[in-house]
Structures are given as C-alpha cells and as structure tokens.
Design a binder for this molecule. Structure first.
Ligand SMILES: Cc1cc2nc3c(=O)[nH]c(=O)nc-3n(C[C@H](O)[C@H](O)[C@H](O)COP(=O)(O)OP(=O)(O)OC[C@H]3O[C@@H](n4cnc5c(N)ncnc54)[C@H](O)[C@@H]3O)c2cc1C
Ligand code: FES
Length: 344
C-alpha cells in the first residue's frame, strides 16, 4: 500500500509514488484532488483527521494547530493533515488510499426522529442501499432541506441487515444542522449519508476495555459494544459516561441490556458534572475524566469519544495512569467553533 519516490523536481509532491505538481498557496489535499488522486478527506478544515498522511520527506507549513486532532504518537511519526498543509518545496507523502476507496454516498430517508434528552435526538435513516462500515466510524450527513451543508455524525449502531443507520445528534448552541434536527420535524426527509469515515473502531486484543463517552459521544461507543457482543468478545469492560445532570443521561436500558449479556465483567459508571442540587444522586460526581486515576489499569485499551476538552483531559490522565499512547483511541466531536478557536 505505502510507497514513495526518492527523487522529484522542485514544486512537486509524491503521493504514494505518484508525482503531482503544486501551485502556490494550494494545500496538499487541493493539489491531490485537482490531479485526480482520490485522497481521503471529509471536512477540509482540519477537523476530522480523514486526510491524515505521513510526511516522509520535505517540509510543509501548517495552517492550523494539528496537535489538536492528531495524537502525540502520530505527530512524532510525521503525520500531518493534507487539508492544512502548504508544501514548502518538494514533499513526499504516504497515505492509505484504501480508506477513501471504501467511502461512498448512499441516499436514504429519515424514518425515526426521537428525542433522547432535552438536547439529544436520535435520527434513524433507512438507506436505499447498504453501507459497509466498522462500528465506531462516522459519516457525513446532508439533509435535503440543508443542501451543501454536510455535518459529521458517528453511527450509533453496527451495520444492520435492514440497511438502517442511526445517529445521536446533540444540539450545539447556534448550530445550523443540529438546530434543525432538534427543532424541525424531519420524518420522511431525504438524506445523503457519505462514509464510512474515520479510524475509530475496536482493535483485536484480549486487554481490558476502558470506554469513556461524553454526551452524544456515547453513539460510537454503544456501536462498538454492540458489535463486540455480536462478535463474542470476552474482555472485561468499564464504561464511563459523562453527562451534566440526570436528565442528560440516556440509553440506560440499552447499556443495561449490553451489561447483562456481556461475557466478562462489565462495569458502568455514569458521572454527573452538574448535580450539586441533586441530593438524591447516588452516583459519581465531577468531570468524567477525573475517574480515570481510580479506574484505569495500565494494561487497558482505552476508547474515548466526546467533546474535545473531555478528550484532552482524559488523554493526559490516561498517560499518567500508564496507558501507552498506542492503546488509546479517541474521536473528538469537533464543531466549526472549536476549529475557529484553534485557528484564532
Ligand atoms: C468525527 C466526528 C464525529 C462526530 N459525531 C457526532 C455525533 O455522533 N453526535 C453529535 O452530536 N455530534 C457529533 N459530532 C459533532 C458534530 O459534527 C457537530 O456538532 C456538528 O457539525 C455541528 O453542526 P451544526 O451545523 O449544528 O453547527 P454549525 O452551524 O456548524 O456551528 C457549530 C458551532 O460553531 C459556531 N459557529 C459556526 N460558525 C461560526 C463562526 N463563523 N464564528 C463563530 N462561531 C461559529 C456555531 O454558533 C455553533 O456554536 C462529530 C464531529 C466529528 C468531527
Ligand atoms: S479533511 Fe483534513 S481534517 Fe478533515
């Protein structure tokens, strides 16, 4: 899959050995797409890491702080985001083009819109054709009533035989897409689902699982757990679920059903960060990441999903607890606001 050229003319890029020319102020991604390379990408603004690739030789100027989305290990290994990289002279890039080959657009229709909490809705889409993806991955959704405005959402269940896909969609303040999902009836509306995207999925191992979800970040974690159950996985699992108040907890029966069928010890720890006024809450209080020092075993494999701030603090605590970076997998639910804050 990976290969590269060692000699190039100035002003050119070698992508898996295919040489392309570069124009001034053009990102690597733009140059690759202009010249017909099916380079993996999604948001084009540095928010999803779909375009991550390895800079083998040469230099690039980065338009945004990539440390926000790439792990320390990826940065150390020379990974960059093609959509945020302006080549400075000749460069040589390696990228897994198979990621893009698997991606396609499938049309569908909303068949269920269900309120899960005051700000999270579940959308179920009946696809016209099945879409293969790994539990944990995400898709770009475009609503017919909001054309040319794709937004990223994780599949909330593994691939279903009836080609239905579901998403947990949290309303972000001032959000165009998520506001529509929260406030408008969408039943029957046409949707384009483009995917699969991302590399958040369960890696084979016997190691204990530590799964940490914040808010709608529970979607890919539940998909992973359901899939693991179906595959007969026998690994002890701890699921930490962070929410603000009791009213923000959802899918509790779903989690109980998974716990009841899990083939190894399963611990579920809901954590509320804003439950001061809730004297009857018997569970954990505070930030979900604060549970890590007590619960993380150094040999655990961690899967984290949720808002960027939660992921960042969890990563620090996991490393402190002795969990090596290669055993930590995270999906940040970035919005355009997060990206603007980073680039400001
Ligand atoms: C890989 C991935 C997977 C995800 N999975 C999920 C999921 O399963 N469930 C989920 O709920 N979310 C998920 N997200 C997050 C989700 O994609 C965002 O919440 C969504 O894109 C917001 O879209 P929107 O149109 O509602 O908001 P937008 O209109 O895009 O705005 C988002 C925020 O940015 C602000 N904003 C927008 N433009 C500007 C501007 N010019 N200046 C200042 N502020 C601005 C808005 O006011 C708002 O606060 C995921 C994100 C990623 C990257
Ligand atoms: S396409 Fe580059 S980060 Fe999303």
């Amino acid at each position: 899959m990976f290969s590269f050229l060692s000699r190039q003319r100035p002003g050119s890029a070698s992508i898996n050995g295919i040489r392309i020319d570069l124009r001034p102020r053009e990102t690597l991604l733009q140059a690759a797409l202009r010249q017909g390379i099916d380079f993996p990408h999604s948001c084009r603004v540095g928010g999803c890491a779909s375009c991550k690739c390895r800079l083998v030789t040469g230099r690039v100027k980065e338009l945004t702080e990539t440390g926000y989305i790439l792990s320390r290990e990826e940065l150390d290994a020379g990974f960059i985001l093609a959509c945020q990289s302006l080549p400075r002279g000749d460069v040589c890039i390696e990228v897994d083009l198979a990621r893009q080959a698997a991606r396609r657009q499938v049309r569908g229709r909303v068949v269920l819109q269900e309120r899960l909490t005051h700000d999270i809705n579940r959308l179920v889409v009946q696809l016209e054709d099945s879409l293969a993806y790994k539990a944990g991955q995400y898709a770009d959704l475009t609503l017919d009533s909001l054309p040319l405005q794709p937004r990223s959402f994780s599949f909330a269940s593994p691939v279903q035989a009836d080609a239905q896909v579901s998403f947990f969609i949290r309303k972000v303040p001032g959000g165009l897409f998520t506001g529509l999902v929260s406030e408008q009836p969408l039943l029957g509306q046409g949707v384009t689902v483009e995917g699969p995207l991302g590399d958040f999925h369960l890696r084979p191992s016997e190691a204990p699982l530590l799964l940490i979800a914040g808010g709608s970040g529970l979607a890919p974690i539940l998909a992973i757990l359901q899939d693991a159950l179906a595959q007969g996985v026998e690994r002890s699992a701890t699921l930490l679920f962070g929410a603000r108040e009791r009213r923000d907890l959802y899918a509790m029966e779903h989690i109980s059903a998974i716990a009841a069928r899990w083939r190894a010890p399963f611990r579920f720890v809901p954590v509320l960060s804003e439950a001061d006024a809730d004297a009857s809450w018997q569970g954990e209080r505070g930030l979900v990441a604060a549970q890590i020092p007590a619960l993380a075993e150094p040999d655990a494999h961690a899967y984290l999903c949720g808002p960027p701030a939660m992921i960042d603090s969890a990563l620090v605590l996991l490393r402190k607890a002795g969990v090596p970076g290669e055993h930590i997998h995270a999906d940040r639910f970035t919005t355009r606001k997060d990206l603007l804050q980073v680039t400001a």
